[in-house]
Each structure stands twice: as structure tokens, then as C-alpha cells.
Design a protein around this ligand. Structure first.
Ligand code: CTP
Length: 474
């Protein structure tokens, strides 16, 4: 395995090496940057470890650059950071040994050698270093077999796993995340360590956990990571609602599918077509309320009536629990969960304009995302069935296009405001205003009136009359 540095990379590597040499500091390029270069993955974050004062080194490096970049110094942690044009992030840290208290994330740190520093890293493939020292410039320093593990696609801790994971339990999730992103296998011993220490994930902040979970969800094949999280016992601790989907129950010879593995399949299907984190979250959560709504109907089988409604209500709670943002992204996921059965139900009946208008009105600009989710939701093994569903959805898409072209419903705003209704009939905010507003919306969506101001105005007057209201003269 050989590393090919670009001209730009060679430029700042030389500058770091010169600065280190002038200060007499033994210095190495380490960690994820070395791993990603060896794997030919794009990367812009470079970590440097020096045996000594990293803050001094970073300042010396910056002083040698034109224009001189700003150095951010984090004295409490002994780290420094330089951002270069083009998005390069250089991070400097002194080699250290550290150990953690058994019930806290707060490390006790003391200076160490490069080997100490490599040893305290999470995985052998993340513990590779490249020397920037004159005596062996460019040599790989690989005391724990990181290169062999890269070649064999194995994830292994440099120390016994219980020690590495006790130091920072988030590493269990990182290991599973790398297995998902890189398609690597977790070494048996390391895997046992994860299963045994799963409970320790509880001392990690929700933000760091969710950050890893999002990275797994954004991988090419997220099911790999979600299944590993489940099988290790980590999922039970971080996201029990998803684990509740696991399993299939049988009664009178009638079963239902395992909704956990179904959800994973939907997520994988969807991930072939989108990198949108929130659309992927909609896939994760689309059936989340199936356990709560599961019923066995005699002679019929299992039903999950209303799971989309209950599921929609669970979305803000799960977002709060996982510290995901409670903003438009949450509302998007909730909307998709609530609507995910609508296009399917449309394919089962004669598709009326009215039904399409209602779907367009409710989905708005998210109609395409919704259709993608519905298509990904087809996980039948029966090819014929899959093709039939897909062509039905194609029909729904076409009908949506036709109706949208004709009626422009997507971002529909009522042409008559509540304000105007009150003015027209001399009303203050009251029930009849809401009744007229709702009936106007229904009339428009049902195609009773055209989507124009004139038609809506006439309809408002008619509806007012029905309610015994008389327009006040203006
Ligand atoms: N590291 C570690 N334990 C952690 C986090 C990081 O040992 N919990 C070490 C690893 O050597 C890692 C390096 O610090 O390679 C840099 O960490 P970071 O930038 O967070 O991760 P990367 O490995 O670079 O990967 P990614 O950016 O994909 O997270």
C-alpha cells in the first residue's frame, strides 16, 4: 500500500516538517488522514502528533505560510487548529497517554511517546502514522499491524477491546460506523468487546451518539450498521423504539413480516436514490408505530391500523430524545411518516382528481420525496408484485403531474382569507369563519369550484347565505 500525496498536500506537509525540525520536535501525520489516503478516500482533515508542545508547533507552521493563516489554540486540551484555503483542516496535538475514570468521559492526560499515542487510539487502521522527521521522512509507523488490517479489511482495537472501549465507549459505535462505511469486518475479539460493553454507551453524550448514528444512516448501505447496532445490544440502549419492530408473531398460522428488517430494507432501497439525511430518517421511522398499533383480527390476520398517525406523533418525541433538530427537518419527517400510506391507498382505487389534489395539497413540495419513500417501501420478494406496485406508483406520479399542471395545488394558499370573510359578513373571529374557510378548501380540492379568486368569492357568499349570514355593504 502506498500513499500518493497531491502537490498541495506535499506543500503543507513540507512546511510542518520544516517547522517541526526547526523546533526539534519529533512529529507525525496520524489517524484518519493516513487511513483515508491509503484507501483512496477523499479527506481534508489532517491530524499531526508531535512529542512536545503542539501549540508552539502550530504557531511556527502558520508563521512559515503566506498568507499567514489564523491559528486557533485550545490551551486546556493542548491542541491547535489551522484552516487553510481550499478547506484543509490541520489539527495539532502533543503525543499523550490518557486514561478515563470509570464513570466519566473526562480524561486524565499526560505527555507520552508516539507509540503511547498510537496505542490509545480506537482502531489499528486509525493508529497508523507517517514520520515527518528528517531521519525517516515519509516512513509508515505501524506498530499494531494497521496496514495488514487495512489489507484484510479488518477492524481491530490496538489494545484489548475492553480497555479501548472503556477509555471512550463511543468507539463501539465508531467501529460499527467504519464497518458500514468501509465494508470492513469487525474482528471477533473486538466484536465480543462491543457486545460486552454495550451498556457503557450510556455515559456518552446524546449529541456524539446521534452524530455516529447519522453517519451510519448516511452510508451507502445503512442496514449493515443498524443491524450491527441491534445485534451488539447498542441499539436497545440508544434507540429502543427501533428494536421494538423486531420479530414476527404468528397466530392461527398467520404471521406478519419482521418490521425491523423490513425497515432496514426500505432504508437501503431509498439510499440507492438519495443522500438526503432527513428523507432517510423518514424511512427509518415510517413504520415506527407498528408495535403500538398491532392487532390480530380473527379470520383476517395482523393489522396496523393508524400506525402512520401514531408514528407521526412519535416523530417529535424521538427527535427530542435523540437530540435531532426540532425544526423544518423534523416537520418534514413527520409529514412523510403521516402520509406514507396515501399513495399506496390511491393505487388501490380509481384515482380521482380530488384524491390527487388532496395528496398534492398535503404533501406540497415534498411530493417527490414521498413518492420515493413509497417506492422504497416495496420490499416484496415477488418480482411480479413489485413491478405491479411500481407501475401503479408511476401512474400516481403521472396523475400528480397532470393535476398539478391544471390546478397548481402544491403551494396552494386560499384565495379568500379569514380576514376577508370577517369583513364581508361583519364577523369577529368565530366559528362560522372557520366553517366557510374549510368548506372553501374542500370545494376547491374536490373540484367543485376552480382555483380562482372569483370562484372562491362567489362560493363564500353562497356558503354565508346557507349559514344565515348577510354581507355588510362596503
Ligand atoms: N480517535 C479515537 N477515538 C475516538 C475518536 C477519534 O481514537 N473516539 C482517533 C482515531 O485515531 C482517529 C483520530 O482520532 O483516526 C481522528 O478522529 P476523527 O477526526 O474524529 O475521526 P476520523 O478517524 O478521522 O474519521 P471521521 O472523520 O470519519 O470521523
Amino acid at each position: 500500500m502506498k500513499i500518493l500525496f497531491t502537490k498541495i498536500e506535499q506543500g503543507w506537509l513540507t512546511q510542518v516538517a520544516q517547522a517541526a525540525s526547526s523546533l526539534g520536535l519529533e512529529t507525525y501525520l496520524v489517524g484518519g488522514f493516513v487511513r483515508d489516503k491509503l484507501l483512496n478516500r477523499p479527506t481534508k482533515d489532517a491530524d499531526f502528533v508531535c512529542v512536545g508542545d503542539a501549540l508552539m508547533l502550530a504557531q511556527k507552521v502558520a508563521a512559515g505560510m503566506t498568507p499567514r493563516p489564523t491559528v486557533s489554540l485550545f490551551k486546556t486540551f493542548g491542541t491547535a487548529h489551522i484552516q487553510l484555503p481550499g478547506g484543509w483542516d490541520l489539527e495539532f496535538v502533543g503525543a499523550r497517554r490518557e486514561s478515563y475514570q470509570s464513570n466519566s468521559r473526562k480524561p486524565q492526560v499526560e505527555p507520552g511517546t508516539i507509540q503511547d499515542d498510537q496505542l490509545r487510539r480506537d482502531l489499528t487502521i486509525n493508529a497508523l502514522a507517517i514520520s515527518l522527521n528528517a531521519s525517516n521522512y515519509g516512513d509508515l509507523v505501524d506498530p499494531f499491524g494497521g496496514i495488514a488490517d487495512l489489507e484484510q479489511k479488518i477492524l481491530r482495537t490496538p489494545l484489548p477491546p475492553d480497555q479501548t472501549f472503556a477509555d471512550d465507549p463511543l468507539r463501539m459505535m465508531r467501529t460499527i460506523r467504519f464497518a458500514t462505511q468501509l465494508g470492513f469486518t469487525i474482528d471477533e475479539n473486538t466484536w465480543t468487546g462491543i457486545c460486552q460493553q454495550a451498556e457503557r454507551i450510556k455515559i456518552i453524550s446524546q449529541e456524539r451518539i446521534t452524530d455516529e448514528l447519522n453517519k451510519i444512516i448516511l452510508a451507502d448501505k445503512p442496514s449493515v450498521g443498524l443491524d450491527l447496532l441491534y445485534r451488539s445490544g447498542l441499539m436497545e440502549r440508544i434507540f429502543p423504539q427501533l428494536v421494538a419492530l423486531r420479530g414476527a408473531e404468528y397466530r392461527d398460522g398467520l404471521g406478519h413480516k419482521d418490521n425491523f428488517y423490513h425497515t432496514l430494507q426500505v432504508l437501503d432501497n431509498l439510499s440507492l436514490n438519495t443522500n438526503d439525511l432527513w428523507l432517510r430518517w423518514a424511512a427509518v421511522l415510517h413504520d415506527i408505530a407498528k408495535p403500538q398499533t398491532k392487532r390480530f383480527e380473527e379470520g383476517h390476520g395482523w393489522t396496523f391500523h393508524g400506525h402512520e398517525v401514531v408514528g407521526g406523533r412519535m416523530v417529535p418525541k424521538i427527535f427530542t430524545q435523540l437530540k435531532l433538530p426540532l425544526n423544518e427537518h423534523m416537520r418534514f419527517v413527520r409529514k412523510l411518516v403521516e402520509l406514507h400510506l396515501r399513495p399506496i391507498s390511491l393505487t388501490k382505487e380509481n384515482i380521482t382528481d380530488s384524491a390527487i389534489r388532496r395528496l398534492l395539497f398535503e404533501a406540497g413540495d415534498d411530493i417527490d420525496s414521498l413518492m420515493m419513500l413509497c417506492e422504497a417501501d416495496i420490499t416484496s420478494k415477488n418480482k411480479q408484485k413489485v413491478n405491479r406496485y411500481l407501475s401503479n406508483f408511476q401512474l400516481v406520479r403521472e396523475r400528480c403531474r397532470e393535476v398539478e399542471e391544471k390546478d397548481q395545488i402544491r403551494n396552494w394558499q386560499p384565495p379568500i382569507s379569514g380576514e376577508l370573510i370577517m369583513q364581508t359578513f361583519g364577523l369577529s373571529p368565530s366559528k362560522p369563519v372557520g366553517i366557510i374557510k374549510d368548506s372553501l378548501k374542500d370545494a376547491m380540492l374536490d373540484g367543485v369550484i376552480a382555483n380562482t379568486y372569483e370562484a372562491a368569492h362567489a362560493y363564500m357568499l353562497e356558503k354565508g347565505k346557507e349559514l344565515g349570514l348577510t354581507p355588510v355593504s362596503s
